[in-house]
Design a protein around this ligand. Structure first.
Ligand SMILES: [Zn+2]
Length: 268
């Protein structure tokens, strides 16, 4: 007599295989997530630093060399330990990415360091343009600070991306059309490939800004290796580069452009 509710006899033989495959998958995933991916990220950051200029923040006072607990924005009752003097944090993003940047590099600032800089008032130690950059999310590989005729700006970008973020002063109501501009510092996003400003109005001196952006992007892209072709290096070769050769060349070229403009009479 056959029992219709009985399990087919072949199922028990499959379960060990299914469990084994699942376990192997979990192990492979864990190895990739915990070892391979972080190491690959670390190597890419260290190798790209010489090609990506950045900004160094002034050293904060030594009395700030202490651990402060900053609450996680995702996990309830979970805190990260940050040190504002050393610019360190225990969050995953810092441990996997930001800690490889040189001391005082602005790219070390994770969400928690930025949050604590603002909460403690220490952000006031920095100038207005730097404060404008810090209050935005720092997500770019390169940062360059450039003087303008009647203003100043910081641009953030990646040599292989078409998105450029410009941090500069807005025009206030009392400012003349050509500047100097005394409004608040704001972030302006430009799509280099499509040649349009996205997410809002362009900055007041956009023609000059775009000239500088074009110069800097062209030079950085020419020097940045092709994808996957970054030369191998190690931690010892990495040195802080607040004002790299690239930035200096960009500045020199910028000055020559301005000098050429002043010395050139437009054709009638
Ligand atoms: Zn953090």
């Amino acid at each position: 007599m056959i029992n219709p509710t009985a399990q087919p006899s072949y199922l028990p033989g499959f379960w060990p295989w299914i469990v084994a495959i699942l376990l192997i998958g979990i192990v492979i995933w864990a190895i990739y997530e915990l070892l391979i991916a972080p190491n690959r990220k670390k190597r890419h950051i260290l190798e790209s630093i010489p090609y990506c200029p950045s900004l160094l923040l002034p050293q904060l006072p030594s009395e700030r060399d202490k651990t402060i607990l900053v609450a996680s924005h995702r996990l309830i009752h979970f805190n990260y330990r940050v040190n504002l003097c050393k610019l360190t944090c225990t969050c995953l993003r810092f441990r996997r990415v930001r800690r490889y940047y040189p001391p005082n590099d602005v790219r070390r600032l994770c969400r928690h360091l930025r949050k604590e800089l603002q909460a403690s008032g220490l952000i006031q130690e920095f100038d207005e343009l730097t404060r404008g950059l810090i209050t935005s999310r720092l997500r770019d590989a390169c940062y360059i600070r450039e003087p303008l005729t009647n203003s100043e700006m910081i641009i953030g970008f990646h040599p292989r991306s078409s998105i450029v973020r410009v941090y500069t002063y807005r025009k206030s109501q009392v400012d003349p059309p050509g500047g100097p501009f005394t409004g608040p510092v704001d972030k302006f996003t430009y799509n280099h490939r499509q040649e349009i400003w996205v997410y809002g109005d362009p900055p007041p001196n956009q023609d000059e800004i775009l000239t500088v952006v074009e110069t800097i992007m062209t030079q950085c892209r020419a020097r940045y290796p092709q994808p996957g072709k970054l030369p191998r290096t190690n931690d010892n070769l990495i040195t802080p580069i607040p004002e790299t050769e690239i930035a200096n060349e960009a500045r020199a070229r910028r000055e020559s452009i301005l000098a050429a403009r002043k010395s050139t009479t437009p054709l009638q």
